[in-house]
Design a protein around this ligand. Structure first.
Ligand SMILES: [Zn+2]
Length: 239
């Protein structure tokens, strides 16, 4: 992808994420893979709603700084290692979003899972959303906590912390973040109204079989999604 275009798109996504309240203050970080061994990402300690294209920093896949944007001394995010873990493990991932969406994070604070299949759109795009174990932000514990999950999932919650989404481009990563928070809001409403009634296993199986219609070809863990952890057992057939 052209670097200038990537800079513009990354800044636009950051502004949208800030405007929608998925991050506040100087929180969150976003990145785009640029070629074999380069990643464009948001700089440390800045408000992502106020960035301009030259502000973004360029590193290699080990996190070594290649270009620090137009302000000298600008550094990559302390959470960049999490993005780099995703890029190293998943050659198909071209962009990563990390934010702190209120309702989805609230579920981890309440120790309630976001693995139930309730909305067709969510089942088709990200499947279930697992929660990685708690890790101290900005330390090596964070990339270690998500290392196994990024191999299989495109949307992951970080316990008592935030959300991580992976995409084929920066818009795909952003839409998954948006879908995840919308799903959490719907779940919250269902909890308030008396409880979540997940889709039946047969309904989930059917959804997975028609994903190709939407151009979604990445395999999802069907056994997990149709298990009692994620969906309802089908009612007994009656004569
Ligand atoms: Zn964070």
């Amino acid at each position: 992808m052209d670097e200038n275009e990537a800079r513009k798109e990354l800044v636009e996504v950051c502004r949208l994420a800030y405007g929608r309240g998925y991050i506040c203050g100087v929180e969150g970080n976003f990145s785009i893979r640029l070629g074999e061994n380069a990643v464009l990402s948001t700089p440390r300690g800045t408000c992502k709603g106020r960035l301009n294209p030259p502000d973004l920093v360029l590193t290699d896949l080990e996190g070594k700084l290649l270009a620090s944007g137009y302000r000298p001394g600008r550094k990559p995010s302390t959470e960049l290692a999490m993005h780099l873990t995703a890029y190293r493990r998943r050659p198909d991932v071209q962009a990563v979003a990390h934010a702190h969406p209120t309702v989805a994070v609230g579920f981890t604070v309440a120790e309630k899972p976001l693995t139930e299949c309730v909305l067709p759109e969510v089942v088709c795009t990200v499947g279930a959303v697992p929660t990685a174990p708690y890790a101290t932000p900005s330390t090596g514990e964070v990339p270690a906590s998500i290392a196994d999950l990024v191999g299989e999932y495109d949307a992951i919650m970080l316990d008592h912390h935030g959300a991580l989404t992976l995409g084929t481009d920066v818009w795909d990563a952003f839409y998954k973040l948006e879908t995840l928070e919308h799903y959490a809001q719907t779940m919250l409403v269902a909890h308030v109204l008396g409880g979540v009634k997940p889709l039946y296993a047969s309904q989930v199986r059917k959804l997975l079989s028609v994903r190709g219609v939407y151009g979604l070809t990445r395999a999802l863990p069907e056994d997990l999604l149709t298990s009692s952890r994620c969906s309802r057992p089908d009612p007994e057939e009656t004569d």
